[in-house]
Design a protein. Structure first.
Length: 402
């Protein structure tokens, strides 16, 4: 299956050189591309492996394939790099293709109004994701100025709710105001609306160019990252994403496609699909256990192409999280979450651990299991912020948390 990559297998057993690889990959790949240029990745990988004398204690990766229904063993980083391409294709099978990111129009950011607080300036903006597609968002600019002139930045994705981005500004349920809190902490933050919520409440799924609301959101979120990177006050090497519930799984999705995001935080946002079960209402309202995933605003192909049959779906959360490796991942997974059974999180974390172990990055694969329901409790949220601080090398400003 991977015969081409086996020709350089001897060069692919040094995961400690990954940081060098990442540097070379970034320098040889345009951030505007929807996917990394595979030849550039291979050249960078071969160069560092050929020049490194380091040998990893673990020379292969074993991961369960939802497509093949069996474990796959990948001999080294080169074969894993090829398999990552397969996993992204499998995500597109249930979400539809990511649109081409070449020759995108200027973002044309427009400011509709602003709010000045003690800690930051909040701009109510919209930006041009693609011709005819404007995305509303909040952009938070802390008053605190970095001594380097560049600050870390966060993409904050809101949970399900008619208020959209206002929820992460603290206007919704308690423990959801993480965009505002991170701005108070000194991060530049962008919080876009998800299609069908907030100022995108009238989004037309029937006539858009995407095969799922999920893929529309991924594209819009990547364009939000583009907007951050156009700013002179953003450090391009210190970017992250955070989200709860709807925003929680979308943080994983955008992180899988956008390697510019160095840390991914998800809250009450996932479990292995075979454990997803919200009860009889799923069948009554949506036609089956996985029916909630198949709504127009999410992934209708789960219904139309895969008949709500989890055994037919070629991708699962452990594989999408594996795509993040060796980047940092933090999951808040409450033990009483009625949406995402914590047992499915425990199983998924174990299934992805071999990938992080290969890259000697188990320390940045983190999960917390608070005694809570579908929530982002204060103490766990604080731990998530501290994790982001550590990964993005940020000394936070003091602030209050609800």
């Amino acid at each position: 299956m991977y015969s081409f990559w086996k020709t350089i297998r001897a060069l692919s057993s040094q995961p400690l050189a990954w940081s060098v690889y990442t540097f070379l990959y970034v320098k040889t790949t345009s951030p505007q591309k929807g996917y990394p240029h595979r030849l550039a990745r291979l050249m960078a990988l071969a160069l560092i492996m050929a020049s490194s004398g380091q040998v990893s204690a673990q020379k292969s990766i074993e991961i369960y394939s939802s497509e093949l229904h069996e474990n796959v063993v990948l001999e080294g980083a080169a074969e894993w790099e090829e398999y990552r391409w397969v996993l992204k294709r499998n995500m597109e099978k249930i979400m539809g293709p990511l649109p081409d990111r070449h020759d995108l129009p200027p973002l044309d950011m427009r400011v509709k109004d602003s709010l000045v607080t003690e800690d930051y300036l909040r701009l109510n903006i919209d930006y041009l994701a693609a011709p005819g597609e404007r995305v509303p968002a909040y952009l938070y600019l802390p008053h605190r100025v970095s001594v380097t002139g560049k600050s870390p930045a966060i993409l904050a994705l809101h949970p399900t709710g008619a208020q959209g981005k206002k929820i992460v500004d603290g206007e919704g349920k308690a423990n959801r105001g993480y965009a505002k809190e991170l701005a108070q902490r000194g991060y530049i933050v962008i919080a876009p609306d998800y299609p069908s919520f907030g100022d995108l409440a009238d989004y037309d799924f029937e006539n858009d160019r995407y095969q799922s609301g999920t893929m529309a959101a991924i594209f819009y979120h990547m364009r939000a990252v583009d907007l951050l990177l156009e700013r002179n006050d953003v450090d391009p090497e210190r970017l992250g994403v955070i989200g709860h519930s709807l925003g929680g799984h979308n943080s994983i999705f955008v992180g899988a496609f956008d390697e510019r995001l160095k840390v991914v935080v998800t809250s009450s946002g996932w479990n292995q699909m075979e454990y997803y079960d919200i009860g009889p209402v799923a069948s009554e309202r949506y036609g089956g256990r996985l029916g909630p995933y198949a709504q127009d605003r999410y992934m209708p192909l789960v219904r139309d192409k895969y008949q709500l049959d989890g055994n037919k779906i070629p991708i699962n959360y452990h594989e999408m999280i594996a795509l993040l490796a060796p980047r940092a991942f933090f999951s808040n997974s409450p033990i009483n979450d009625s949406n995402f059974d914590v047992k499915g999180v425990e199983v998924g974390m174990e299934m992805v651990s071999d990938v992080y172990r290969f890259f000697e990055a188990k320390n940045v694969l983190q999960v917390r299991y608070p005694d809570a329901e579908h929530d982002f409790p204060t103490e766990t949220r604080r731990e998530a912020y501290e994790f982001i601080d550590q990964i993005l090398e940020h000394s936070p400003s003091q602030h209050e948390m609800e």
